[in-house]
Ligand binder design. Structure first.
Ligand SMILES: C[S@@+](CC[C@H](N)C(=O)[O-])C[C@H]1O[C@@H](n2cnc3c(N)ncnc32)[C@H](O)[C@@H]1O
Length: 211
């Protein structure tokens, strides 16, 4: 991926989190509850967990969670949120630069929600490794921005926003092994930093490894 920033990925993301006390809402991402409705909880892996909104929600909903991020600051905030919500014992936090290392084990659910970066991030390789760590019958869930938010000042003009089909083409998963549960672009209402309404476009990819 091209980059306009000479910092390492860890330096970039630590600096990003240090800009403000909280970067994200602390709530679960919008698509995840609908995707998991009716799914029996098991072992989940949250890739790029940020401040823990999804990891805490998963734990509250019965999942045993491994939550991974490159930024110590984000993990510290996620641990604090898990403690405050009484689910710290259901979440294992691990710091990884996922471009280099990946958590041990296999999972019933691997979720990558907005695992984007404008600095080094070997996304196709990470998502292929993730797919190999999903147990038969388990889910690989990838939700991406289909486009940058209009108010974003940090995303370079040439930053790629691949379509769901392009993301899946990069993963090159065997069709006989993977069922496409959902592959689509979903619009949802949002508000910008000054309360202005706008529409988010999410790429939603939900794949089940055939049992
Ligand atoms: C756009 S944020 C999304 C955070 C969270 N998933 C959410 O939706 O709120 C991307 C996250 O991925 C993490 N990240 C970026 N590059 C990473 C890498 N190479 N390894 C692990 N985490 C990374 C960042 O620190 C950040 O928390």
């Amino acid at each position: 991926m091209s980059t306009h920033d000479d910092r390492t990925a860890q330096e970039f993301w630590e600096a990003h989190y240090e800009e403000r006390e909280h970067i994200w809402s602390g709530r679960v991402n919008a698509q995840l509850p609908g995707i998991l409705a009716g799914v029996t909880p098991g072992r989940a892996l949250d890739l790029g967990c940020g401040e823990g909104g999804d990891a805490v929600w998963l734990a509250e909903n019965g999942w045993q969670v491994t939550a991974v991020d490159i930024a110590e600051t984000a993990i510290g905030r996620a641990e604090f949120a898990a403690e405050a919500r009484g689910v710290r014992d259901r979440i294992t936090f691990e710091r990884h630069d996922l471009s280099d290392t990946f958590p041990q084990g296999t999972f019933d659910l691997i979720s990558a929600q907005f695992l984007h970066s404008t600095v080094r991030l070997e996304r196709p390789q990470i998502l292929r490794t993730a797919a190999s760590a999903v147990v038969p019958g388990g889910l690989l869930v990838v939700v991406d921005h289909a486009a940058p938010p209009p108010f974003s000042k940090k995303v370079p003009h040439d930053h790629p926003f691949p379509s769901p089909e392009e993301v899946l083409a990069d993963l090159d998963l065997a069709t006989e092994e993977w069922e496409r549960v959902r592959v689509e672009v979903v619009d949802r209402d949002g508000t910008g930093p000054d309360g202005e309404p706008f529409t988010w476009r999410d790429n939603v990819m939900v794949l089940r490894r055939r049992a």
